[in-house]
Design a protein around this ligand. Structure first.
Ligand SMILES: [Zn+2]
Length: 401
């Protein structure tokens, strides 16, 4: 077995050991400071005998180190050094996770921890149950208070039956051993864990939640966070954005969320009202007549494509009817539609008129739509489509005489 130096001293940065076994790139040592990863925390990296350790894994109590290009032999003494910056970041992240989850649990007692991920680039916890920004904000405040209190983080080993009756956070169904390692944050939290932690919560320095996202199907939510200097810098960065946004919309920062929600509601109400108004205008259109043909036309502002399409479809139910609709938003939208008894090439006309102004159209012979980003010339496009249709219809009227 490999003696796990990292368990008795998580702060050990270098060590000497004897090579016990070689298996290709992989070497087994009699003792190691390299944490092989586990429980969601990534393994340590570093060097052995001056060569890069690219991966570390555990098989039972044995810890294997992958050292590509090594020429070690069993019995040889080697010197190992771990990448301390990486390890310390993972220790802070892992301890931060205990503090954060326990703080969320106080706000939302029904949640359950599904898994965690602790690496230099990603720190998150996946939970089952409901959380929202209001819960997370309170929990985050609590977690930072615990960090600032500088509480001791200690480990102890308990018998399985002691753990099951103690109220300690533990996923006993996932643990096979009878002796279980418990990580205790003085007066705040106790959890079964095999990972590596700092000795005092103050070392975490700060914790900042950066994102709440869906974690379906393995859980309900994934909560991403940063610790230490990264947490400070991100909170400063996003804090400034929140203050700037408050200023832009003229709300106090503490009322920003309410103000944005009110604006969102107002936009919905206004859009509904615009839609209602547009529908009334569309329904009161008076057709222009060309012999037996009728042309309904109109250029609107900010009418959505669905409403225009629905109304065009409704108009062309009438025999010998043509519809020409346009609407402008960030781009211009045009619809040209005719009843099946009107022999007009809708996509052809739309393409011809739109291509002059950098746009294009397409669709069926009797129903075409298209657009352009050239908003300056929309009146011209609209007039051109109307003229093309009038010309086509007048030829049909002349032919029928
Ligand atoms: Zn842990």
């Amino acid at each position: 077995m490999t003696y796990h130096l990292y368990e008795s001293d998580p702060y050990i940065k270098s060590f000497d050991a004897t090579v016990e076994k070689i298996d290709g790139d992989w070497i087994l040592l009699d003792q190691t400071a390299f944490f092989p990863g586990g429980g969601g925390q990534e393994c340590d990296l570093g060097s052995i005998g001056g060569l890069r350790v690219t991966e570390v894994k555990a098989e039972g109590d044995h810890v294997y180190h992958r050292v590509p290009g090594h020429t070690f032999n069993p019995g040889q003494r080697v010197h190992g050094e771990i990448d301390w910056d990486r390890r310390y970041e993972l220790m802070k992240g892992h301890t931060g996770e205990h503090i954060l989850f326990s703080s969320i649990l106080r706000e939302s007692p029904d949640i359950e921890l599904v898994k965690i991920h602790i690496s230099p680039s990603k720190k998150s916890l996946v939970i089952k149950g409901h959380v929202d920004w209001s819960v997370i904000s309170k929990a985050q405040k609590k977690a930072n208070e615990i960090i600032m209190k500088g509480l001791a983080v200690t480990e102890c080993w308990l018998e399985r039956n002691e753990v099951s009756t103690s109220g300690i956070r533990a996923k006993l169904e996932r643990i096979t051993e009878n002796k279980i390692r418990i990580i205790k944050i003085d007066g705040f939290d106790q959890a079964a864990c095999a990972g590596i932690h700092v000795r005092n919560t103050a070392e975490v320095n700060a914790i900042f939640v950066t994102k709440i996202s869906s974690a379906k199907p393995i859980g309900d939510f994934e909560i991403s966070f940063e610790v230490g200097a990264n947490a400070m810098m991100k909170s400063i960065f996003f804090g400034a954005i929140a203050l700037h946004a408050s200023d832009v919309i003229g709300a106090q920062p503490e009322h920003l969320v309410n103000a944005v929600e009110n604006m969102k509601h107002l936009v919905t109400v206004l859009k509904d009202s615009l839609k209602k108004h547009a529908r009334e205008r569309l329904r009161s259109l008076v057709p222009e007549r060309h012999g037996p043909f009728k042309i309904y036309s109109g250029l609107f502002e900010s009418v959505d494509r669905k409403l225009l399409t629905d109304e065009a479809n409704r108009f062309i139910q009438e025999e010998k009817t043509v519809c020409i609709f346009g609407s402008t938003d960030e781009r211009a939208l045009f619809i040209l539609a005719v009843n099946k008894d009107v022999d007009i090439d809708c996509p052809g006309i739309l393409n011809k008129c739109l291509s002059e102004f950098g746009g294009k159209g397409g669709g069926q012979k009797h129903f075409a739509s298209g657009g352009t980003t050239d908003l300056i010339h929309i009146n011209e496009v609209f007039r051109n489509i109307l003229d093309e249709v009038r010309f086509a219809l007048s030829q049909k009227v002349a032919n029928d005489r």
